[in-house]
Design a protein around this ligand. Structure first.
Ligand code: ZN
Length: 409
């Protein structure tokens, strides 16, 4: 088989397109495949009306490598002058409009970027950072445009701080048995931040919402109440957020107790911050003995920790009635603890109890929300922080949007 026929078949070219020459350029480590076309009429890309070629422009595309050689397709692309749509460049079958890469190359680049940091991906693919970013941004745009409105029964809403300036994003994700996908990213964490998501849904989608997990954050609660029919029974303040508050309370109790004890020359609580964050069953073996000793001392911190642990047990209840009884018992204990930070969290939970008990109806579990949080944290790490909100948003959709990112073949 001659090289021209070989590349004709590899590229899958059909009439009027055909390979005219294949040139090996050893110095540039490049194979140049020149594609030409037979004399024919060309369709206007807008209206498909066929007409004579008006002009052409020579263009180059990077294709998948042939062994160690970069493979470049070079072709003169015809343009037509449509009476209705003016001067139009015709579509070529191997690439989308306005790109210097073939469809197959973009496909590979998307796969590599899904696995690596953008810097790593660009090195592997031998493209510049801007080229890699261009492929990614086009992929997200394509994926978002392909989405069709579907009913999303289980959602979770969360905020994401963007570092020291505490610039926030509001993130809405859909949770199914198979996966968690980000459906929306909004600016800030105001009521309007979430309003825009609800307002983008159809009436059918709004009615199809069964449960929405979120922190006890009033702007999100208000926005959901205003838009989702029957929202009062659908908002769920989930264990992920609530246990976090309890952990913070334990830490506050520890900090002030440590200060007090240290003033008396007692260092017992030194370097114990992490110990109190473990669940009872999760204390690592090498800390077990130290923790046992500290826990048995009559410390405020140990009491706060016990109250936190018993609160974790609350989420294991089977039914709403049982959970309510468990909570009231726990609440009475917490409120009499004389530990201000613990009392504060207990009161906050009491105030929102209605939408905490909904957990036992809807069973929106912790895993997806926690997993999503970790994945977003991973993105921030992989990108070495984000200087740019727009880029961060696009990356969230690229990696976590569950989108169909590829160019059509
Ligand atoms: Zn036209």
């Amino acid at each position: 088989m001659k090289d021209i026929q070989l590349y004709q078949q590899i590229l899958g070219l059909v009439e009027p397109w055909r390979v005219e020459s294949v040139t090996l350029k050893p110095k540039e480590q490049e194979i140049e495949v020149r594609v030409g076309f037979a004399d024919t009429l060309w369709g206007c890309p807008q209206c498909q009306k066929r007409m004579q070629i008006h002009d052409y422009e020579e263009r180059r595309w990077r294709h998948l490598d042939s062994c160690q050689f970069q493979t470049i397709i070079v072709s003169r692309v015809p343009s037509v002058r449509c009476p209705e749509h003016g001067s139009q460049t015709v579509a070529v079958p191997w690439a989308e409009k306005y790109t210097r890469f073939t469809r197959l190359f973009e496909r590979l680049a998307i796969d590599v970027m899904l696995e690596c940091s953008i810097t790593g991906a660009c090195e592997l693919l031998r493209i510049s950072w801007d080229e890699g970013d261009g492929i990614k941004q086009r992929a997200v745009k394509r994926g978002l445009a392909r989405k069709s409105p579907a009913v999303m029964p289980h959602l979770c809403v969360d905020e994401k701080g963007m570092g020291p300036g505490q610039n926030y994003l509001t993130i809405v994700a859909q949770v199914t048995d198979e996966r968690t996908t980000v459906e929306y990213v909004g600016e800030e964490r105001e009521r309007e931040s979430l309003d825009a998501f609800w307002e983008g849904l159809t009436a059918e989608q709004l009615a199809g919402v069964e449960a929405v997990a979120m922190d006890m954050w009033e702007p999100y609660v208000q926005s959901t109440l205003a838009h989702v029919p029957g929202a009062a029974g659908k908002i769920v303040h989930d264990p992920f957020h609530l246990v976090k508050y309890m952990n913070e309370a334990v830490n506050e109790v520890r900090k002030s107790e440590h200060r007090r004890l240290q003033a008396q020359g007692d260092d017992i609580l030194k370097n114990t911050r992490q110990l109190w964050l473990y669940g009872m069953e999760r204390v690592p073996a090498q800390h077990a003995q130290r923790f046992e000793t500290v826990k048995e001392l009559n410390l405020q911190t140990s009491r706060a920790w016990m109250i936190k642990e018993v609160f974790r047990g609350f989420w294991l209840c089977d039914q709403v009635k049982e959970a309510e009884r468990y909570f009231q018992k726990w609440y009475r204990w917490a409120i009499r603890s004389r530990l201000q930070p613990v009392k504060k969290v207990a009161r906050m939970c009491q105030t929102h109890l209605g939408n905490i008990l909904t957990f036992f109806v809807h069973r929106l579990t912790n895993g997806p929300i926690e997993g999503l949080n970790n994945k977003i944290q991973g993105l921030i790490k992989k990108a070495f922080g984000y200087r740019n909100k727009k880029r961060f948003k696009a990356d969230i959709f690229f990696h976590l949007g569950g989108l169909d990112l590829y160019p059509i073949q």
